[in-house]
Structures are given as C-alpha cells and as structure tokens.
Design a protein. Structure first.
Length: 287
C-alpha cells in the first residue's frame, strides 16, 4: 500500500493524543495533502538510493513521500515533543531521525555519518521551512555543506522570490546574490495555504537550488567575506547610487577598473559584477 500523509483530522487527533499543538514560535504548519508532498518529492529530483536530508520533518508527511521515491532519508526535527511521533511514523521505513536544530547543525557530521549511501558526497536537501528560519538555514547549508548538491525548499512565497531573484527584480537583494554565488535557483511551483494545518496567511513557493561546480566569484580574486561585505553595504541603501551607498567602502578608481557604472544601483548588479567591483576595491582600498 502506498505511503500517504495524515489527513487534517488525523493531524489534530495525533497532536491532541500527545497533548501537543502547532508551535507558532517554531513556525509549524503541517502539510495534509498527499498530492502536495508527492509533488515536492518529484520536483526535488531524488530517486532510488539518493541520500536526502529533510529539515523540519514534523509528523513525517514529506518524509514518507521521499521514502516512496526510494531515497535514503535522514529526517531532522527540533521539536522534542514531535520526535517520538516522527520516529514511530518513519523509522519502520528505514528513515534515520535526528533531533537537532537546523540553525546549529554540524553539517559535516550529519552528512558524513551515513556511510552506507552509494555516494555520500552528493546529497539533496528537501524541506518545508518556516518563514523565520528559511533564509539562515539555506545560507548555512550553502556555506557549510558542499556535499549538498541540490535543494528543494518550500518557503513563504516572498522568501522564495528573494532566494531566486535575478538582477533588476523587485525581490533581488543581498540574499539573492549569496544564493547566486553558490548556486542557481528558480521558483518551480506554488503551494496554496489550504493544504496546511494550521492554515498560514500566505501562499508558499517551491524553490529548486542547484549548486554550481565552482562558486561564481574566484575566492583567490576576492575572499567571500570581503565580497559580501561590499554586497551588504550596497544593499544597505538600495535606493541610492552605488557611488553613494558604497562611499567609504569602494573608491572611485574601483568603479573605473571594474567597468561598473557608479550611478547604477545595487539591484542592477549580478554576482559576477559584484565580484569584479569587490576585487578592484580590494586592490585599491579606500583611504
């Protein structure tokens, strides 16, 4: 019999039976639609033998959809009240459950400890991420877990648009540049609020992120820390021209050497252009 998610009624019954309720602080919204979790699993591209880490597994709905694909799943959950329920639901299907906070994960330890996978250096991340942790979780995973070659995250639509935004888009910002430094990203679907319990006030988006073979800006040209110092300064005053927003950070000569228009604004520059500007600024630091 195919694995399916719990219904809306069953979610409430399970939580009531354990004296639990969805945590507002943890941003818990449980998916109660089997088609939705199967769609997420399909769009993630995982299949038989793929090592997958799922963040915020909750009651195991998406976990079981991933199991259906044949993937080898490690499910991470921070809510100690939910962990026993999750274990009972998914461990019989071969899922490894880890009680941990995704914001404090030791990624090297987590991804290096499942040595039975056919290719332990190429993992996928699939997750339904709450609004308040979505960006830091994705940023940390990109920075600290090179073994994660792809991600499919379900996030609030506004967050999804920021993660995948291109230059000149309204949603484009420092987060978009950081994602583009490590990966390519695109919104691959929408998810209505009606498939969650409790029902959120906003629509969700599905974002697929695929890691680049190499980062977009050579770290030998400009270290990542310096690059993003410049990027954050530029977007700190995004309505201003770069010569104003980057005053004291990037000197006039760096604009000339990099070929970047000092009258452009932060949202006009792609990650490679930010890299050229930061590299030239490093060669000619402002006094």
């Amino acid at each position: 019999m195919p694995l399916v998610t719990l219904s809306r009624r069953q979610v409430r019954e399970v939580l009531d039976a354990h004296g639990l309720a969805p945590s507002r602080a943890l941003g818990q919204n449980f998916v109660v639609d089997a088609n939705t979790v199967r769609r997420v699993a399909r769009l993630s591209g995982v299949g038989p033998g793929t090592p997958v880490v799922e963040i915020g597994a909750g009651l195991g709905a998406l976990t079981l959809a991933l199991v259906e694909t044949g993937a080898q799943v490690t499910a991470v959950e921070v809510d100690r009240g939910l962990v026993p329920i999750l274990r009972a639901q998914v461990e019989p299907h071969g899922v490894r459950v880890v009680e941990a906070d995704a914001l404090d994960l030791d990624w090297a330890e987590l991804l290096g400890s499942q040595g039975s996978t056919p290719d332990a250096t190429s993992w996928a991340l699939v997750a339904n991420l709450p609004y308040n942790v979505a960006v830091p979780v994705v940023m940390r995973a990109l920075d600290e877990a090179p073994a994660l070659q792809s991600m499919l995250v379900m996030v609030q639509r506004e967050v999804g648009e920021r993660l995948a935004a291109r230059p000149d888009a309204k949603a484009y910002g420092a987060v978009s540049v950081k994602v583009a430094y490590h990966a390519t990203a695109r919104v691959v679907g929408r998810v209505p609020a009606s498939v969650f319990v409790p029902r959120p006030a906003v629509e969700s988006a599905l974002v697929r992120i695929e890691r680049r073979p190499e980062v977009a800006v050579d770290p030998d040209l400009v270290p990542a820390a310096r690059l993003f110092e410049v990027v954050r300064a530029g977007f700190g005053h995004r309505r201003k021209m770069l010569r104003q927003s980057l005053s004291g950070v990037v000197g006039p000569d760096a604009f000339v050497r990099s070929g970047i228009d000092p009258e452009a604004r932060a949202e006009n520059l792609g990650v490679e252009e930010w890299g050229r500007l930061a590299a030239c600024a490093l060669e000619n630091p402002t006094p």
